[in-house]
Unconditional design. Structure first.
Length: 312
């Protein structure tokens, strides 16, 4: 059945039962607006948009994969503030000829990714459009903690990373060259694997700054460096290079460190911590905050690409 055949309210009727409810939801989908509890009294909010052909391709990703990606892009931003995600709002613009089953798969992916953090989809909107577009807004709760911003890094701080990096960028390159393996890399592009709990954890550990690495590590670290008025040096030797990535890079003629240092879509969390803070194993030290400005790799300027820019 196409969306045109189902109609707007028929489509909504197919989506809503798949969304579930959460502890902070007072009124969920079905009214003029959702009502959610804010235990902390402050709401952390973020929004992101995915456009077909720009952020995803349906021949590369299934509907549920796109749902996971759309939710993850926003949930990671909430975690990067040191907050716990609570709710998602989703606006969906779809071609009328799209199969209803695809949208149901999208809803399942959104719901499943949100459930990893305890969040739920509480509302949204639908519209027809020649271009498939998914806009998601995420809300989160700080649970009494101060938000971790980008502007608090200080010289002497340790730079650490939680989560995998470079995998999704490698998977994108593999897919763009017409291949479907290695599976590890392709699946990493299709569905992020994000340590959401590491965000609030970093806040409790005293992180001085934090960011969701969505567009490339060096580029996103540049936002911390600029906001904090510091320099940041990254150590190449701090990164693991899995065999699948090494082999794919060799076969495709790519420097794998371009994926690690400038690739996006994995959404790990990068944070700075005061020197001497005992970090859990999943927070891997990868560099140091220094006096000055800009980003260096092994104390030298990086001559490769920095990351993704929508308008560059």
């Amino acid at each position: 059945m196409s969306i045109a055949e189902a109609g707007e309210f028929g489509l909504i009727g197919r989506i809503v039962p798949r969304l579930g409810t959460g502890e902070t939801t007072v009124i969920g989908p079905g009214d003029d607006a959702a009502v959610v509890r804010t235990p902390d009294g402050r709401v952390v909010a973020s929004t992101d948009v995915l456009v077909e052909g720009r952020h995803f391709r349906r021949d590369w990703c299934g509907a549920a994969d796109v749902g996971h990606r759309a939710a993850a892009a926003n949930l990671a931003d909430i975690a990067a503030m040191g907050a716990v995600p609570t709710s998602l709002l989703v606006a969906l613009c779809v071609p009328t000829g799209l199969d209803v089953g695809w949208v149901e798969g999208l809803a399942d992916g959104l719901t499943a990714e949100a459930a990893l953090t305890g969040a739920t989809v509480v509302g949204g909107d639908t519209s027809s459009s020649p271009t498939l577009t998914i806009a998601v807004t995420a809300l989160g709760d700080l649970r009494g903690a101060a938000p971790v911003r980008r502007d608090g890094a200080k010289p002497g701080d340790t730079l650490a990373l939680a989560g995998r990096i470079g995998y999704a960028a490698a998977g994108l390159t593999v897919l763009s060259r017409g291949f479907r393996t290695p599976k590890l890399l392709v699946e990493a592009y299709r569905r992020p694997s994000i340590p959401y709990a590491a965000g609030p954890e970093a806040a409790l550990l005293g992180a001085t700054s934090m960011i969701d690495v969505s567009d490339g590590l060096l580029q996103d670290l540049g936002h911390i460096a600029e906001a904090s008025g510091v320099a940041i040096d990254v150590r190449r030797e701090a990164f693991d290079l899995p065999d699948q990535m090494r082999d794919a890079a060799k076969a495709l003629g790519v420097d794998p460190y371009q994926w690690l240092l400038a690739g996006g879509d994995d959404h790990p969390l990068a944070a700075t911590f005061p020197a001497g803070v005992a970090l859990p194993p999943h927070w891997r030290p990868i560099g140091t905050v220094l006096p000055g400005t800009g980003i260096t790799v092994d104390h030298k300027p990086w001559t490769g690409g920095l990351g993704w820019d929508h308008f560059r």
